[in-house]
Write a protein that binds this ligand. Structure first.
Ligand code: NAD
Length: 298
C-alpha cells in the first residue's frame, strides 16, 4: 500500500472523525463537503475533537498541531480528488444521494483513485457500476467515536480487486484501526449481524414479560463476562435507532411480537424522551447506571 493522499467526502458525524484520525496518522487529508459552511462547521468540531484525543488517547499538542497541518478543505469535488489515492465516502445514508455523488465523482477522479464507502446499511454492489470502476470500489466501515472504538470492517463486492482490498486493509491498520476483513458481502457487516439479533432478543424477552431489564442484563454479563448487557448497549446506541429498526421490520410483517415491541418502545421511551445516554435516561439513568455499580452482579 503506498497511499499518501486521502480524500474524505462528507464532513458530518463520521466524516470529520475519519478525516481527523487519518490526518493524525500522517496522511495528507482533503475534506470535501457540498458547502463551505459545512466545512466551517467541521473545523470548529476539530477543536473539540482535539481535546478528546488528548484525553482518550494521550495525544500530545505536537501531534495535534501536525494533524491540523495535514488537513485541507474544499467544496470543489474535482479539486478534492485531483491527487487522491483513496477517497472515503461518508455522505448521507441515502442511496439517491450516494448514486448522484458517485456519478459526479466518476467524471472527475483520476484513474488511480480507489473509492471506499462508509455506508452502514447499503451494500457496495448497489453502487459498484455507477462508480465507473467496480474493481477499485469496496466498503470501509468505521464505528462512531473512531479514536476509541477503532474498528474498520472491510468488505468488497463480487468484483473488487484483491490487491485493492488488501491495500485498504493495510491502510486501515496504518491509521490505527483494528482491521476486520470480510470474505464477502453481508448486510450489517460482522458487528451488526451479531448485535442486532442480540438486542432484538433482549427486547423480546422484556416485552413478553419473561424477565425485567436488569435480570436480562445480569444474565448476559455474568454468563459471558461482558462489561455491559444488551439494555446497557441499547442506551449507548440510542433507543431511537432500535425503534427505527424494529419499526421497519414491523411495517413489513404481521408478527404480533414485533408490533407489540414497537408500541412498547414508543410509549415507554420515545414519547417520554427517554432515548438512552444522550438524554440521561433510557433503560438506565445516567451518569451512574445501576449496571456499573460494584454490587450489580452480587
Ligand atoms: P451526516 O448526515 O452526519 O453527514 C453527512 C455529510 O455529508 C454532511 O456534512 C453533508 O453536508 C454531506 N453531504 C451531503 N451530500 C453530499 C454530497 N453530495 N457530497 C459530499 N458531502 C455531502 O451522516 P453520518 O452519520 O456522518 O453518516 C455518513 C455515512 O457514514 C453514512 O453512510 C452512514 O451510514 C455511515 N456511518 C455512520 C455512523 C454513525 O454513527 N453516524 C457510523 C458508521 C457509519
Amino acid at each position: 500500500m503506498n497511499y499518501k493522499n486521502i480524500t474524505i467526502a462528507g464532513s458530518g458525524v463520521l466524516g470529520y472523525q475519519i478525516a481527523f484520525q487519518t490526518a493524525f496518522y500522517g496522511f495528507n487529508v482533503t475534506i470535501y463537503d457540498i458547502t463551505d459552511a459545512n466545512l466551517e462547521k467541521a473545523k470548529t468540531k476539530f477543536n473539540t475533537l482535539s481535546e478528546a484525543y488528548k484525553r482518550d488517547v494521550n495525544a500530545t499538542q505536537k501531534q495535534i498541531d501536525s494533524t491540523f497541518k495535514n488537513l485541507s478543505y474544499t467544496s470543489n469535488l474535482a479539486e478534492a480528488v485531483k491527487d487522491a489515492d483513496l477517497l472515503i465516502e461518508a455522505v448521507p445514508e441515502n442511496s439517491k444521494i450516494k448514486i448522484d455523488f458517485y456519478q459526479k465523482l466518476a467524471k472527475v477522479a483520476p484513474k488511480k483513485t480507489v473509492f471506499a464507502t462508509n455506508s452502514s446499511t447499503l451494500l457496495p454492489s448497489q453502487f459498484a457500476e455507477v462508480t465507473g470502476r467496480p474493481s477499485q470500489f469496496l466498503a470501509l466501515h468505521f464505528a462512531n467515536t473512531i479514536w476509541v472504538h477503532n474498528t474498520a470492517e472491510i468488505m468488497g463486492h463480487a468484483t473488487t480487486d484483491s490487491k485493492v482490498f488488501n491495500d485498504v486493509v493495510a491502510f486501515a491498520k496504518a491509521i490505527g484501526m483494528l482491521a476486520l476483513p470480510l470474505h464477502k458481502e453481508q448486510p450489517g457487516y460482522i458487528l451488526n449481524s451479531l448485535l442486532v439479533p442480540l438486542l432484538s432478543a433482549a427486547t423480546s424477552l422484556l416485552v413478553n414479560d419473561i424477565a425485567d431489564t436488569e435480570t436480562i442484563d445480569k444474565t448476559w454479563m455474568k454468563a459471558t463476562g461482558a462489561p455491559v448487557g444488551p439494555f446497557g448497549i441499547l442506551d449507548v446506541v440510542g433507543i431511537t435507532t432500535a425503534y427505527n429498526i424494529d419499526k421497519m421490520a414491523a411495517d413489513k410483517t404481521e408478527d404480533p411480537l414485533k408490533i407489540k415491541t414497537v408500541k412498547y418502545l414508543k410509549e415507554n421511551f420515545i414519547d417520554k424522551n427517554k432515548l438512552g445516554v444522550a438524554t440521561s435516561e433510557g433503560f438506565y439513568k445516567y451518569p451512574n447506571p445501576t449496571y456499573k455499580k460494584p454490587d450489580f452482579l452480587k
